[in-house]
Design a protein around this ligand. Structure first.
Ligand code: SAM
Length: 213
């Protein structure tokens, strides 16, 4: 399904803190270095317009958040949202999340990995392009700290079932833990824009959470 045109970004907005590219990040990635303070680090893969990043960073000011987004215009949009709110604990990273994990993220350095509504790649011959593939899951297991969590939500039942099976077969992660649906109290009271869109259409959202034990 297509996505609506993005609102224009205020050209006066300074994105220099909130927008990076994968190549600009240190390797190994060090949250204390890029945020200027050490704090538990969470990474969102495919952060889209950045609603999750904005709300999570506001609610949990004790943690640092990185949202990786392969589309430059969406990464810029998310960065603008964070810059407008002057959030010092979140930034948008333009680039491939798989490369970020593979080349930058050290072992046992994350408290959470979030993957919400990843591109479904509907055709069977394209399933290998899905982000939640075996190599990425191995990186999630490697980079999570003990008790760290993987959050995965989607509206595609087949992707959900296949991923849960893959996680059970190929990783030591415990779960899936059930994640109940929350009542939305206002128009942006959703985890992400895709969750909002799916629920407003009255369609199901499949949610799971896993723990590295
Ligand atoms: C269907 S959208 C969901 C966006 C957001 N998570 C939400 O729920 O509203 C999937 C997003 O993942 C991004 N994406 C796909 N592959 C990626 C990759 N390898 N690394 C980073 N982002 C990726 C896409 O550009 C797109 O913005």
């Amino acid at each position: 399904m297509g996505r609506r045109a993005l609102r224009k970004i205020d050209p006066e907005l300074d994105l220099s803190f909130h927008l990076r590219t994968v190549d600009q990040l240190p390797s190994p990635l060090c949250g204390a270095e890029i945020f200027g303070r050490g704090a538990p680090l969470e990474i969102e893969v495919g952060s889209g317009k950045g609603l999750f990043l904005q709300n999570a960073a506001r609610r949990n000011s004790e943690h640092n958040f990185l949202g990786v987004e392969v589309s430059r215009k969406y990464a810029r949009f998310a960065a603008a949202r964070l810059a407008k709110c002057k959030l010092a604990n979140a930034m948008a990273v333009h680039g491939d999340a798989l490369a970020l994990f593979r080349e930058h993220v050290p072992d046992q350095s994350l408290v959470a990995v979030h993957v919400y509504f990843p591109d479904p790649w509907w055709k069977k011959r394209h399933h290998k392009r899905r982000v939640l593939n075996e190599a990425f899951l191995a990186d999630v297991v490697r980079t999570l700290r003990p008790q760290g969590r993987l959050h995965f939500w989607t509206d595609v039942k087949e992707y959900f079932d296949a991923t849960l099976e893959r996680i059970a077969q190929h990783t030591p992660l415990a779960g899936p833990l059930d994640v109940p649906e929350q009542l939305a109290e206002h128009d942006l009271d959703y985890l992400t824009h895709f969750e909002r869109r799916t629920r407003l259409k009255g369609e199901a959202v499949y949610r799971a959470e896993f723990v590295k034990t």
